[in-house]
Design a protein around this ligand. Structure first.
Ligand code: ZN
Length: 393
């Protein structure tokens, strides 16, 4: 068989699977066991909620996975993920994966699908624009397409207004689609966030982007010089830049028959995202929307922080007909606080959200950001997910 035939058949198989998911997503009343047709290998996915888009009110648990590209270990871990009550997995797809691991990523996605998992794919740290502990080759290769602080300082993040970066992201979507993944997971998009923003000690010139292109686009938009101190017009300009980028890239992703999930950093804040989530959630091709109120790293009171975020996510999702999703911190959990993971899930379920994901697999074990007792965090998370499966189907 010619290689092109193999590729075509592979892509047809992916598209058939996505079409199946799209249809079952519309039939939200569907429930019970679904046996997939032969094209999917005849596997049974168990309850329809395993597909990630059906049973509108059914529970969907998910977890992010990274740090390993050896399929034989992946298989063992995916089985473990299913055994911990997950119906979807978020595979990171960094620029390193994009350049060097695309064949392996297809295998990894296949392994996940064969075990009944819906697959989200995440531009982990791509361009320095999304969340993730990964470096950007685009930034290294294109220093003239990167963001600048208001004082002109060069930053390790691509400028969202630069067409070459947008075009690169389209190629990233192409490769993400070729892996067979089901959902594009747009994680924490933002203009560069200076460290002082988190410390609430931000200087007047500590914001981006004031590159030459942004200066000229700002002048066209507002008829005046872009100021060096952030003002209302700068905030509007940044909001509009992010929204325009996602309007285009989510439509492009939908054109590749993938769903779009968007997760914003917690709190509607123009310094760390956009001033109002509604501008993004209302985009036609955003299907799933959520946020990640990680109460431990942000040093917040668990109940109120997660409850408020859940309510806002539900409010906007209902308004625009999107599926709400919430993220739970399951990394960097200090010893003695592991049961808070269960509490976080209970609060989200109590608020009525049924799509819950955790960052990350096994308490964050592969990274410096691991929990003090990663196995205990993972055990508690699994128990909470399995309980939610029993309660909500
Ligand atoms: Zn710029």
């Amino acid at each position: 068989m010619e290689a092109t035939d193999v590729t075509r058949q592979y892509l047809e198989r992916i598209n058939s699977r996505r079409e199946f998911i799209r249809i079952t997503g519309k039939w939200s009343f569907m429930a019970g066991v679904i046996s997939l047709p032969k094209i999917f290998g005849g596997i049974s996915l168990g309850t329809s909620s395993a597909l990630g888009f059906s049973s509108g009110d059914g529970f969907k648990g998910g977890v992010s996975y990274f740090g390993n590209r050896d399929p034989k270990h992946v298989k063992k871990d995916m089985k473990d993920i299913v055994a911990h009550g997950c119906s979807f997995v978020v595979h990171t797809f960094s620029e390193v994966d994009y350049h060097y691991y695309t064949k392996t990523m297809k295998e990894i996605v296949n392994i996940s699908h064969d075990l009944g998992l819906t697959v989200y794919i995440d531009p982990w740290g791509v361009g320095g624009v999304f969340g993730g502990e990964a470096f950007s080759r685009f930034v290294m290769k294109n220093p003239d397409k990167t963001q600048r602080l208001a004082d002109g300082k060069h930053l390790p993040s691509a400028c969202l207004n630069q067409k070459p970066f947008y075009n690169f992201m389209k190629r990233w979507v192409d490769k993400a689609a070729e892996t067979g993944a089901d959902v594009l997971f747009w994680d924490e998009p933002h203009f560069y966030i200076p460290r002082n923003v988190w410390r609430k000690k931000q200087g007047p010139a500590e914001w981006a982007c004031r590159c030459d292109l942004c200066i000229s686009l700002f002048r066209e938009r507002f008829g005046r010089e872009m100021p060096k101190v952030m003002d209302k017009n700068v905030i509007k300009f940044r909001d509009e830049s992010i929204v325009a980028f996602f309007e285009g890239i989510t439509e492009y992703g939908a054109g590749q028959k993938m769903k779009n999930a968007l997760v914003m950093l917690p709190e509607e804040n123009y310094l760390t995202g956009v001033s109002s989530w509604e501008k993004l959630v209302s985009l036609k091709y955003v299907d799933i929307f959520g946020t990640d109120p990680y109460w431990i790293i942000f040093r917040k009171e668990l109940d109120s922080y997660i409850r408020d975020a859940s309510r806002r996510v539900i409010e906007i999702s209902k308004k625009y007909g999107k599926e709400p999703q919430m993220w739970v911190q399951a990394y960097k959990v200090p010893a003695g606080r592991e049961s808070e993971v269960r509490r976080a899930i209970d609060v989200i379920l109590d608020e009525g959200i049924r799509n819950i994901a955790a960052w990350s697999y096994c308490g964050g074990a592969p990274m410096n950001l691991k929990s003090d007792n990663p196995n205990l965090v993972w055990k508690i998370l699994g128990e909470a997910f399995l309980r939610a499966q029993r309660l909500y189907g």
